[in-house]
Design a protein around this ligand. Structure first.
Ligand code: GTR
Length: 401
């Protein structure tokens, strides 16, 4: 009897520490736990559930597998330095395919690693290459686009540098997966997954960021099928809203071996609790389609968040993650981005990895590349530049070369 009472007592003591009730919160501080086992068994699932149910929304249960059609291939791209491939990813029920554009180093033996990165305005804006097929969904404007002519985003896509470093670049246009405006989820991929009678996602179902992340996973499906690419050495990179997307894709799809967030800000790497620059209420007002409806619970209520965005970074552990900021990007709260990386670091250490190697925000152009959590702040505006890419290549090289 005594023994029974003792066991009951032990149970009463141990249970509250081992399961996380809805009232308990991790908040916005460092994520420190006593063991890897506890992280994996208790905290990681609780944090994942929170991001699924209350932030980006759950992915649908229904599986749709794309059919891949190679539309075009040339080994004379980028002045002969690259092989270009263009693949249509057809989804049953969608009238237009997701167009995948790949540049990979020419004349190499063996499989190459890759950066997967979604683009803002259509594949044709990443380079002046006249062979890039323009998506039916892309904003082309008059004469191939006042809005996004060929090469409009050239500075964001230093292809020669990336391909020259031995990497493939694989990109899709966000609008091929889901348009970036509030259309009540009538266009894009959401309707493909509705149950009979459903006309928009439920409060805990995915918004547009979730859909974009799903699209990045379909790119990974393609890469797994391409024998010239090493699908075990794939980094997912994204800038700004697509940086939020890269983090979410990295958290939910463990096939991405390295994850990079460039100036991802609110709803990305930045801690929400600080309310510096963009806030949860502001982002939900301007972009009501990005997150799931439940995320509105945290408008002007950041204290109510079960865990802050450091939890998102921790979900990527033990895979290497890199967070980057820019000095003139106050809207994205550089310090909040840095602190998330720092506060997720203890989880990396539980895996025997090295977290961020600095505990104070570094000076501009002083990248912190030693740890498995990397960080830099660059001088300048909200953008993704050659300097940013050079750090991502160095960081990826640590794992892929
Ligand atoms: C801004 C938005 C940010 C960021 C940015 C972008 O308007 O407030 O969250 O995502 O757009 O994607 O460039």
């Amino acid at each position: 009897m005594k023994r029974f009472m003792f066991s009951l007592l032990m149970l009463a003591i141990s249970v509250p520490t081992m399961c996380v009730s809805a009232q308990q919160k991790y908040g916005a501080g460092p994520l420190e736990f006593s063991s890897l086992k506890e992280w994996k068994r208790v905290h990681r699932p609780a944090i994942m559930d929170f991001f699924l149910n209350d932030v980006y929304g759950n992915y649908p249960q229904k599986q749709i597998e794309p059919r891949f059609e190679l539309l075009e291939q040339s080994d004379k791209a980028l002045g002969g330095k690259a092989v270009r491939k263009q693949v249509a990813m057809h989804l049953e029920g969608m009238s237009t395919p997701i167009l995948l554009l790949i540049y990979q180093p020419a004349n190499v033996k063996g499989k190459v690693p890759a950066f997967v990165c979604m683009n803002f305005k259509g594949n044709h804006q990443i380079n002046i290459d006249p062979e890039i097929i323009i998506s039916a969904n892309a904003p082309t404007g008059k004469d191939l686009g006042t809005d996004a002519p060929r090469g409009a985003a050239l500075s964001r896509w230093p292809l020669e540098e990336i391909v020259g470093a031995g990497y493939a670049v694989a990109t899709i246009y966000r609008g091929d997966v889901d348009p970036d405006f509030d259309d009540n989820f009538q266009n894009g991929i959401h309707p493909l997954f509705y149950r009979a009678g459903q006309s928009k996602p439920d409060a805990e179902q995915w918004g547009t960021i979730g859909a974009w992340a799903w699209g990045l996973s379909r790119v990974m499906d393609y890469l797994e099928s391409d024998k010239s690419i090493d699908h075990k050495r794939v980094a997912v990179v994204g800038h700004s809203r697509l940086g939020k997307t890269a983090l979410w894709a990295g958290a939910t799809d463990e096939r991405f071996a390295v994850v990079v967030s460039n100036d991802s800000g609110c709803g990305g790497a930045a801690l929400s609790i600080r309310k510096v620059g963009e806030t949860v209420a502001k982002i939900n007002k301007s972009f009501p389609h990005w997150f799931c409806d439940n995320y509105n619970k945290y408008n002007d209520n950041e204290e109510g968040l079960f865990v802050d965005q450091q939890g998102l970074i921790a979900l990527i552990a033990p895979r290497p993650v890199y967070v980057a900021s820019a000095t003139e990007d106050a809207w994205a709260d550089p310090e909040g981005e840095f602190l998330s990386a720092l506060y997720a670091s203890p989880v990396y250490e539980l895996y025997g990895k090295k977290g961020l190697s600095v505990s104070k925000m570094p000076q501009p152009e002083q990248p912190s590349l030693d740890g498995d959590v990397g960080y830099h702040i660059r001088t300048g505006k909200h953008d993704i530049t050659l300097y940013d890419w050079q750090q991502y290549i160095k960081f990826a090289n640590k794992y892929f070369r």
